[in-house]
Design a protein around this ligand. Structure first.
Ligand SMILES: Nc1ncnc2c1ncn2[C@@H]1O[C@H](COP(=O)(O)OP(=O)(O)OP(=O)(O)O)[C@@H](O)[C@H]1O
Ligand SMILES: [Mg+2]
Length: 245
């Protein structure tokens, strides 16, 4: 099991949790065993995006504090969803990288992919995520503010001693605006972040709708982009189609 991805961005609201959830669903479609772990204490959102909030009885904080076993805390994926380990709703002194690593080690053999959805910012949960992950994805929307923060996030992850590969996803790409110079184009984003691109996800209003619905029936342009990224992670040679977005 070599695929423990940290998903980070620096700035908030750029689409980390959406990418985590929909990439997870795309990999499930490819018959992969996928676990998502929400690291966003107090502001967790993967349960909402996957539509499983009422099933989140325990979270990984309960496991660290001895109230639940890891298997009990995992919400089993149904209807095309990946499995989910929810974030605690409040911080505690029991939260540290060693504890989270122990949880992951106890269940990692059940999975082909584990994704850790980091909170915005460069704080302690980013360092914990960097300590337990072996790969990372930074997400940026194609504007100066988010692109600089994605580059800073990538540097910060490396500064924690992380030496796995880091890949870039450009989210909410709008081809027309990008062509007109109103948004940065993909090449500029890559140049400014110094991170190798693994996918471009277009702006797609269907994301919000399909966030709380089942995994089936989402066939918009973003859904296709998530599937292309999933296939790239699986080693398929899928060209990056800037022009077709
Ligand atoms: N490609 C997209 N097209 C349209 N809307 C999107 C896209 N990606 C994300 N969104 C919307 O952007 C909002 C923020 O997304 P999301 O919660 O995934 O970001 P985040 O980076 O996880 O935020 P936070 O930093 O607060 O954790 C949501 O309303 C989501 O539906
Ligand atoms: Mg989020």
């Amino acid at each position: 099991m070599q695929n423990i991805f940290l998903v980070a961005s620096g700035k908030g609201g750029v689409g980390k949790s959406s990418l985590t959830a929909f990439l997870g669903r795309a990999l499930v479609k490819l018959n992969k065993r996928v676990l998502l772990i929400d690291l966003d204490i107090a502001l967790r959102s993967l349960d909402l995006i996957l539509g499983v909030t009422e099933k989140c009885v325990y979270d990984w904080g309960d496991v660290l504090e001895g109230r639940a076993m890891p298997e009990q805390a995992v919400v089993k994926g149904e209807n095309g969803n990946p499995d989910l380990l929810c974030a605690p709703v409040r911080s505690s002194s029991a939260i540290d990288a060693a504890g989270l690593l122990l949880i992951i080690q106890s269940i990692k053999d059940n999975y082909d992919y584990i994704f850790l959805d980091a909170p915005a910012g460069l704080g302690v949960m980013l360092s914990i995520g960097a300590a337990v992950a072996n790969k990372a994805i930074v997400v940026a929307t194609p504007d100066e503010v988010c692109v600089r923060s994605a580059g800073v996030a990538a540097d910060k992850i490396r500064s924690f001693g992380f030496n796995g590969e880091i890949r870039l996803v450009i989210n909410r790409y709008r081809k027309k605006e990008s062509k007109k110079g109103m948004l940065l184009n993909a090449d500029t984003v890559i140049d400014k972040t110094y991170v190798q691109l693994i996918g471009i996800v277009p702006e797609d209003s269907l994301i919000a709708f399909h966030s709380v619905k089942s995994a089936f029936g989402f066939v918009g342009p973003a859904s296709k982009a998530f599937m292309r990224i999933a296939k790239r992670l699986e080693g398929e040679q899928i060209p990056l189609k800037f022009t077709k977005l």
